[in-house]
Design a protein around this ligand. Structure first.
Ligand code: 3H9
Length: 698
């Protein structure tokens, strides 16, 4: 017995308890403790049955992910569970919290399962780029049916006790006193002399075997580029076509293959990166936070109303401020429409929608904001407009209110200077659509108080966002990195590579969409205006910069909103269609600038776009704008559609190898000039044989 697993006997029932905070993961101590206590219970004549339960907040939430990639100390989980399957005394798992992955696999090896109403069960391995590797793919279809097993295993979805009980996966649901209920259940099994129900002895059947190919086809679209979901289908199919022992062999083989692959390493990296992002340098766990019970949003446009929904979803009242009545009404209607849509989709009830709508009010008067705890400004991206807003906020808001800007590029220090309380000012950069995208860049200005920053990070989690701290610079972490990405897309066009080829290369790399489709979505006029203003200010902007985009804008092709940009769009459709008119504009620009077409393969297209991201990120790290490389990965995956199976730009750079990236960049520099200058940090790491991961110690 180890201190991670304890056993005591109640009325001839051995109660084995796992105690391994925070989530009772199946570390070596737990596996070996379980092995010892189970053997003891099996051999103890005073024991008639076994209850397996956990202390703390949850039943076992899975294998210990920190042990992955290291040599596994025996007993390995599959071996432990094979042994458990031979035990002759009834075993009952008592489930509370989240019984996930290896935790659910342990429970499925017990003969019965009793769960708290609030408990959830799931096999989320696929989200880590692997598949359940301790019998989950073979036992779940045998007990819960192939359909539910395919759904749960390929999506990683957590299922409520109620749903699990309906599928036969849980035998009894109780509202409290779980351990005693499980003991009573075990005693009943003993008294009734009920046979042991080993799931491994059941048969998995499927009414229509076409379901496997249907799943494969669906996942090829919804989980494009991911290996694990397809392999999950293979293993569930094996549960139907092979006997239990051979199915287990197949599961093992595919599990190991995925575990050793780069995709799983990337996805596991993201699991920890996301949690690491919550740790803010200079803040301790004890940093106080301010209460946020009411929010005001300045600006009721698409962004402002999207931001508002995050708070109303959590029951926090929101006051929208707009100077024009029409704009205010439009914003509030947008929020109401969102809730009506949720009702129509069956996600919430009419009553829930009605109470969420009631949380939204509107005003055109700053004096009405005198009592709110947090204000988020989401107005037009101009410093003069921000100055006007923040001067008023400073005048009307109560002391201690947090004043945030949703600016995506402007200097938050300057914005803070418009108030007499710069310590209360912070950047909260949401990504569109603001109620859906998970990223929140939290911009720490020079004077931002620690408790304001800590409050913002806590709030991010509360509204289901992943907060990442950024320092102040033009574009913060995410948008600043896009500079070279956009530049190279434009340069490739001038080398005769079509928009569709550029976008396809990046889409095939795994990006949610290519750079030009993204440009059309965001609107090409924004960049056009910026370049024009810079030229008018006398700043040097090379003729090639935005050469195509500017011509498109001047031809009225502003992007999706105009029905045409780099592509054309049919009425009401977002599908980009290549347009010969654009080819002609590109040709005209190439002729005007004396550009020669070049043969460029997809590999170069990807390097030309992704390496500038990595290079700019290296500068951002060097300047201390980002706290650590993994934060940058989180920004790109949650905010910019970077494929999670590549782990984010920094992790991807490490998998390619920094010396190889530097060598390619030096070649590009020789051909294209100093835009390709390698960042000092990137060069140094490459020379020293180190990686970005080596910088991620905190
Ligand atoms: C598996 O089981 C494979 C098997 O099929 C086969 C094996 C052969 N291991 O998320 P939180 C840490 S694969 C180690 O903030 P919450 C986490 O890093 C596994 N550590 O809490 C964090 O540490 P820190 C399948 C883990 O309440 C702390 O616990 N299972 C693990 O918001 C708190 O986490 C999964 O994929 C772990 N398995 O959510 C489940 N899990 O405080 C993964 C968590 O130092 N876990 N930690 O930052 C989760 O989904 C959530 O953590 C959970 C709690 C829902 C459990």
């Amino acid at each position: 017995m180890t201190s991670a697993v304890m056993m005591h006997i109640v009325d001839n029932v051995a109660v084995i308890e796992v105690d391994n905070p925070p989530v009772n993961a199946l570390s070596f101590a737990v596996r070996s403790g379980l092995q010892t206590t189970l053997r003891e219970a099996e051999h103890n004549e005073a024991v008639d049955a076994i209850v397996l339960s956990c202390r703390g907040n949850t039943f076992i939430a899975g294998a210990d992910i920190t042990e992955f990639g290291k040599p596994m100390q025996p007993p390995a989980l599959p071996d432990l569970l094979s042994e458990m399957d031979t035990l002759t005394k009834p075993m009952v798992a008592a489930l509370h919290g989240t019984a996930l992955g290896g935790g659910l696999e342990v429970a499925l090896t017990c003969h019965y399962r009793v769960a708290l109403e609030s408990a959830k069960v799931g096999l989320p391995e696929v989200l880590l780029g692997i598949l359940p590797g301790a019998g989950g793919t073979q036992r779940l279809p045998r007990i819960a049916g192939v359909e539910l097993a395919l759904d749960m295993i390929t999506s990683g979805r957590k299922v409520s006790s109620k749903e699990a009980a309906k599928a036969g996966l849980i035998d009894k649901v109780v509202s409290d006193d779980l351990q005693n209920a499980a003991i009573a259940f075990a005693k009943k099994v003993v008294n009734n002399k009920a046979p042991l129900r080993r799931i491994s002895e059941l048969t998995a059947t499927v009414s229509d075997p076409a379901i496997f190919d249907q799943y494969r086809a669906k996942l090829a679209k919804t989980r494009r580029g991911f290996d694990a979901p397809q392999r999950c289908v293979d293993t569930v199919q094996a549960s139907v076509e092979l006997d239990f022992a051979d199915g287990m062999k197949k599961e093992r083989e595919l599990f190991l293959e995925l575990m050793q692959g780069t995709q799983s390493k990337s996805q596991r990296h993201m699991f920890f990166a996301e949690r690491m992002a919550a740790q803010v340098q200079g803040l301790s766990k004890g940093t106080p936070t301010r209460d946020i019970n009411s929010v005001a949003i300045i600006g009721a446009g698409t962004m402002g109303s999207g931001i508002a929904i995050n708070f109303t979803n959590k029951g926090i009242p929101v006051t929208m401020l707009e100077l024009s009545f029409e704009a205010l009404e439009r914003g509030i209607k947008h929020i109401h429409r969102y809730y009506d849509g949720q009702v129509a989709k069956g996600r919430i009830s009419e009553e829930q929608a009605a109470s969420a709508k009631q949380l939204v009010s509107g005003t055109d008067n700053y004096a009405d904001l005198s009592d709110v705890d947090l204000v988020i400004e989401a107005v037009f991206e101009s410093m003069a407009v921000k100055q006007d807003v923040f001067t008023k906020l400073d005048k009307y808001c109560k002391p201690g209110a947090i004043l945030a800007s949703n600016t995506s590029t402007l200097n938050v220090n300057t914005i803070a200077s418009f108030t007499s309380r710069p310590q209360d000012v912070i950047g909260l950069h949401f990504f569109s659509p603001a109620n859906i995208m998970r990223l929140l860049e939290v911009v720490r200005a020079d004077s931002t108080a620690d408790d304001v920053l800590a409050t913002a990070m806590k709030l991010a989690k509360h509204i289901n966002k992943v907060g990442v701290v950024s320092g102040v610079c033009d574009g913060f972490i995410g948008n600043r990195m896009l500079k070279g990405y956009g530049r190279e897309a434009g340069a490739l066009l001038l080398e005769g590579v079509s928009p569709a080829r550029i976008d396809k290369a990046l889409y095939d790399f795994g990006m949610a969409m290519g750079p030009l489709t993204m440009g059309d979505l965001a609107g090409l006029d924004v960049g056009y205006r910026v370049r024009k203003e810079r030229r008018e200010r006398g700043e040097y902007v090379p003729e090639t910069d935005g050469a195509i985009a500017d011509r498109l804008v001047e031809a009225g092709r502003l992007g999706q909103k105009a029905g045409k940009g780099y592509y054309r769009y049919e009425e009401g459709s977002r599908t980009p269609i290549p347009d010969p008119e654009v080819d002609a504009i590109i040709k005209e620009a190439m002729d005007a600038l004396g550009c020669e077409p070049r043969e460029i393969d997809d590999e170069e297209i990807v390097k030309r776009l992704i390496y500038p991201l990595i290079n700019e990120a290296a500068l951002i790290l060097d300047e201390g704008i980002a706290q650590r490389p993994s934060d940058i990965d989180v920004v790109y995956i949650y905010g910019y559609g970077f494929p999670v199976y590549r782990g984010g730009p920094m992790f991807y750079a490490d998998t390619v190898g920094l010396p190889a990236i530097v060598a390619d960049m030096e070649q590009f520099q020789a051909r294209y000039g100093d835009d390709w200058q390698v960042a000092p940090l990137l060069k140094t790491l490459a020379e020293q044989g180190r990686s970005f991961a080596d910088l991620s110690s905190k």
